[in-house]
Design a protein around this ligand. Structure first.
Ligand code: NAD
Length: 340
């Protein structure tokens, strides 16, 4: 059986990445849409063969509870709307994929996790990198130690934003933050899988060069993470620079992915002069198939809600550090969000 997915919010990510990926997925397909823009209904119904009975708007969305064609609701809206729609999806008895960042606060992440538990539905966060073979190769090298132990990790996740200054990503009440919540979550994730454990403290700095454009969202943030075994990781995230890289330094060598968080193809190399290369596959297809398999056959949930919540705890600690002049903030995460 293929599980039916309903996309909520038909913006650029749904249009150009998720819907095409669902065409190629093995274990799920695009069964329905939820949109606030009536003219998109017809276009999507025609393009993807979606029946009228599987088309919803934001007001009648809750009646999706009565629709057996829909197994998974995928929330692809501005960040401040993730919690509301994820909770409504859970209450409708549907499994939930919530885009990254999971929400705009740790409290909201808790509310989503709680709602999914209560409704006995599965929850995952749209961290496509966790299904990517390059990420899994980094995890393998960290775990199997062919280069020895990890001693230092550095990751960059940034692009230059020059678009419409009115866009939701630059409006804190819709985005919950700037570069850190949008791109920085990739750096947080890659530092964690680059070291293979969760950090115990973080300190951070914020930089601003275009305050007229980035009025109430962060432009550039650097942060340093400390890990229980003494390893240090550095991260750089920005809406005002292009950078997309992961560097892991081991006792006896290093690996680098560059690019490392883009949709691919990614590219990697090692200090031995070897390349890390895999045939390109849609990360979104792999991610949605991983979640469908989790639901259908009980394979691990590679991006559980606890992972999204863990990252939001770190995001909040980074903002706290910045507001306290770069002070080191302790974290008590244990193995939270670490899978496998
Ligand atoms: P977008 O601006 O292209 O689309 C947003 C959608 O939300 C549109 O369909 C818009 O009509 C709808 N919407 C409803 N209420 C809105 C409001 N008040 N203001 C603005 N739009 C509103 O954004 P996107 O790039 O598709 O991002 C959507 C979500 O997907 C975000 O959470 C983003 O972080 C996430 N995303 C994830 C990835 C990834 O690689 N995992 C990539 C891109 C976006």
């Amino acid at each position: 059986k293929k599980l039916g997915v309903a996309l909520v919010g038909l913006g650029s990510y749904s249009t150009y990445q998720l819907a095409p990926a669902l065409k190629d997925a093995e274990h799920c397909y695009l069964a329905g849409i939820v949109t606030g823009t009536p003219k998109k209904e017809k276009e999507w119904m025609e393009k993807y063969g979606i029946p009228q009975s599987n088309v919803y708007n934001y007001d009648n969305f809750d009646t999706i509870a009565n629709n057996d064609d829909i197994d998974i609701v995928y929330v692809v809206l501005p960040n401040s709307m993730h919690a509301d729609f994820s909770i409504r999806a859970a209450k409708a008895g549907k499994h939930v994929i919530c885009e990254k960042p999971m929400a705009v606060s740790v409290d909201e992440c808790d509310a989503i996790i709680e709602a999914c538990k209560k409704a006995n539905v599965k929850l995952s966060v749209g961290y496509r990198m966790q299904s990517d073979p390059y990420t899994n190769e980094v995890k393998r090298l960290v775990k199997e130690k062919p280069f020895g132990n990890v001693q230092y990790v550095s990751s960059d996740a940034a692009y230059i934003s020059r678009g419409n200054p009115g866009q939701w990503r630059l409006n804190k009440s819709l985005s919950g933050g700037g570069a850190l919540v949008n791109m920085g979550v990739y750096s947080i994730q890659s530092n964690i899988y680059g070291v293979g454990m969760n950090p115990i403290s973080v300190s951070a700095q914020e930089f601003s060069t275009r305050p007229d454009y980035f009025k109430n969202t962060d432009e550039t943030i650097t942060a340093q993470m400390e890990f229980p075994n003494g390893t240090v990781a550095h991260m750089f995230t920005s809406h005002n620079a292009n950078a997309n890289r992961l560097f892991v330094s081991f006792e006896k060598g290093w690996i680098e992915l560059n690019p490392c968080h883009s949709y691919g193809p990614l590219s990697g190399r090692t200090s031995k002069g070897e390349t890390i290369a895999y045939p390109h596959k849609s990360q979104q297809m792999l991610q949605m198939d991983d979640f469908a398999k989790h639901i259908l056959t009980g394979t691990p949930n590679v991006t559980p809600g606890e992972m999204g919540k863990r990252d939001m705890i770190i995001v909040e600690a980074i903002y706290k550090s910045i507001s306290e002049g770069g002070k080191q903030i302790s974290l008590d995460l244990g193995n939270m969000g670490i899978v496998g």
